[in-house]
Design a protein around this ligand. Structure first.
Ligand SMILES: [Zn+2]
Ligand SMILES: [Zn+2]
Length: 483
C-alpha cells in the first residue's frame, strides 16, 4: 500500500476538504478504522455528509471517536445530514449522547430492534460502567452524561427498514444519494448500507455475518456478483486466517453441543457467561434446538442478568414474524429463586457478563458459588483464561479462582470469517476493499497475498483503513478512482 494513496498532510488535507473542490466521495474513520471498537465513519458525497455509527472505546482515556476532527473539517455539526446507527453494540452506538447533544434526534436513524435494545441497555450500561471503570479512566465523561436526555430523545429518532431507501440531495450538484439499509446478520436489527451516488455503489457491511444465525429471523444481505465498486468490510477476523478453535459456524456449534452433552452426562452444572446482546440469544437457540431434536438431554435452562431485558425484544421481534423465540425449557430466573437453589440439580445457566471475572456480575456470583461449594461444573467461556497476558491484569484472588475452575473456551463468531471475506471479495470483484473494525496484527503489508495465500481478483486492491486518514473515492466514467 502506498501511503500517499491514503493520507494527506495537514495543509494538503485542508485544501482537499475545501468544498469548492470536487471531492465527490470521501470516507474517513473517526474511530473503528484500525481497531475493533469505537466505530464512527464519516462519509461525504460532495456536500452530503453522513456519519455511520457513534461507538465508544473501552478502557481508554480516549473514549469517543475524534469529533473535534469532524467539526474542524466541516465547520460545524449542522453539516451532518444523518447519523446512521448500524446496531446496538456499544462500540457502534455508545457515543449517542454526545450526538444527541449536538444534533436533532430526528437526524439519527436506526432499525426498530436497534432502537429498542438501545433504549433498554444504554442507561444500564452507563450505570454499570461507572461502577466498574475507575475514576481516572472515566475522566468524568460518563458522569457528565445525562441519561434523562437520552430517555427523552431516543423515542424520536428516525426508523429505518431493510431495503427501504433513504435519499439525500446535494445542494451543490443536485445529485441524489440513495442509502439502502440491508440486514448484516450480526445481531437482531443490525444493518449494513448500500450507498448509491453518481453511478457508483458502495457496500458498507458494518459488523457482518453472512452465515445466518438462528437468533436473527432475517437472511443476511450478500451482494450480487460484480455489482459493486467498493466494499467497506468488517475486518475483525481478516488477519486471523487460522485459529486453534473451529473457524466455521457449523463446527463451532457442534463443539458447543458436544461439550454440553459430555458435561450433562457427567452430571456437571453448566454456566455460560456471555454478552447480553447477540451471543446470549444465539447460545439459547443452539441449546434449545439441541434439546428439541434430542441431541442433548432436556434440562432446565435459566437465564440471568441483563439477557432477560434484551430477550424481551428478541421475543417481540419473533412474534412479529409469527414465530416463537424459544421453548419453555428456557426460563428467566424467578426473583425468589436463589443461586444455591438453582445449583442443586442438572441445569444450564446462561448469564451476563461476558467476562465472568467482573466482581458483582451475575456470572461471577454463579462461578464463585460453584467454586466455594466445590460443585461439579463446566464453564463455557468466550474468554480464554489460558491466553497470554490475561493473567497479568487479574488480581491474585481472581487468578486462584480461575485456576480452580473447569473453563472451556469456545468461539461463536458473529463476524465474517477470513475465509468468507476472501470468498466475498473473489465473488464480487470490486475495485476496492477497505477494511475497518480490524485489529491489525502485523505491519500492514503491501499486498494481501502476503497475508493470505489466496489469489485476489485482478484490479482489486485491499487496504486497511486508519483512524483520521481520509480515503478519496472520486467518480470517473468506468470505475471509482482512488487518490
Ligand atoms: Zn457488533
Ligand atoms: Zn463491533
Amino acid at each position: 500500500m502506498d501511503k500517499s494513496e491514503l493520507y494527506a498532510g495537514e495543509t494538503e488535507l485542508k485544501e482537499q476538504f475545501n468544498e469548492k473542490i470536487d471531492t465527490s466521495i470521501r470516507f474517513i474513520p473517526l474511530g473503528g478504522g484500525n481497531e475493533a471498537s469505537c466505530s464512527s465513519f464519516l462519509f461525504s458525497f460532495d456536500d452530503i455528509h453522513i456519519l455511520v455509527d457513534c461507538g465508544v472505546r473501552y478502557n481508554s482515556r480516549k473514549r469517543y471517536p475524534d469529533y473535534s476532527y469532524l467539526t474542524r473539517l466541516l465547520g460545524s455539526w449542522s453539516k451532518i445530514q444523518a447519523v446512521l446507527v448500524t446496531h446496538s453494540h456499544m462500540d457502534h452506538c455508545g457515543a449517542i449522547l454526545p450526538i444527541m447533544q449536538n444534533l436533532p434526534s430526528e437526524k439519527i436513524y436506526a432499525t426498530i430492534p436497534t432502537r429498542e435494545i438501545l433504549e433498554r441497555i444504554l442507561p444500564f450500561q452507563l450505570e454499570f460502567e461507572s461502577e466498574i471503570i475507575d475514576d481516572e479512566t472515566l475522566n468524568n465523561e460518563i458522569k457528565l452524561l445525562k441519561t434523562s436526555l437520552f430517555n427523552e430523545k431516543i423515542k424520536i429518532i428516525s426508523e429505518i427498514s431493510f431495503f427501504k431507501p433513504l435519499t439525500f440531495t446535494s445542494k451543490k450538484r443536485g445529485t441524489v444519494l440513495e442509502v439502502i439499509p440491508v440486514p448484516s446478520g450480526h445481531i437482531l436489527g443490525s444493518s449494513g448500507f448500500l450507498f448509491k451516488y453518481v453511478g457508483k455503489t458502495i457496500f458498507f457491511s458494518s459488523d457482518y455475518q453472512p452465515q445466518q444465525q438462528y437468533s436473527i429471523g432475517q437472511k443476511p444481505y450478500i451482494p450480487k456478483q460484480n455489482g459493486l465498486d467498493c466494499i467497506i468490510l468488517d475486518g475483525t477476523n481478516f488477519y486471523m486466517p487460522t485459529q486453534s478453535l473451529p473457524l466455521q459456524r457449523k463446527e463451532q456449534e457442534k463443539f458447543i453441543i458436544e461439550s454440553v452433552n459430555r458435561a450433562l452426562n457427567q452430571h456437571q452444572l453448566i454456566v455460560f457467561p456471555v454478552q447480553a446482546t447477540g451471543h446470549a440469544q444465539e447460545i439459547i437457540k443452539i441449546i434449545d434446538n439441541a434439546m428439541l431434536n434430542g441431541s442433548i438431554k432436556t434440562v432446565p435452562v435459566f437465564l440471568d442478568g441483563f439477557i432477560n431485558e434484551v430477550l424481551k425484544i428478541y421475543r417481540k421481534e419473533f412474534k412479529r414474524q409469527k414465530s416463537v423465540f424459544c421453548s419453555s425449557n428456557v426460563q428467566n430466573r424467578a426473583k425468589d429463586l436463589r443461586i444455591e437453589d438453582i445449583l442443586t440439580f442438572p441445569t444450564i445457566i446462561i448469564t451476563t457478563s461476558k467476562n465472568f471475572l467482573k466482581p458483582n456480575s451475575r456470572s461471577y456470583d454463579y462461578v464463585s458459588h460453584i467454586n466455594n461449594k466445590n460443585l461439579p461444573h463446566l464453564i463455557m467461556s468466550q474468554f480464554d483464561p489460558s491466553a497470554p497476558n490475561t493473567f497479568t491484569k487479574l488480581s491474585l484472588d481472581m487468578q486462584n479462582l480461575l485456576l480452580n475452575l473447569n473453563v472451556v473456551p469456545f468461539r461463536l463468531e458473529t463476524h465474517i470469517s477470513a475465509k468468507d471475506s476472501i470468498n466475498l471479495i473473489q465473488k464480487t470483484a470490486p475495485n476496492k476493499v477497505i477494511l475497518t473494525h480490524s485489529i491489525v496484527r502485523s505491519s500492514i503489508s503491501r499486498s494481501l497475498e502476503g497475508l493470505h495465500p489466496l489469489k485476489f481478483p485482478k484490479n482489486c486492491s485491499v487496504i486497511q483503513s486508519i483512524n483520521n486518514m481520509p480515503i478519496y473515492l472520486r467518480g470517473n466514467k468506468n470505475a471509482i478512482k482512488y487518490i
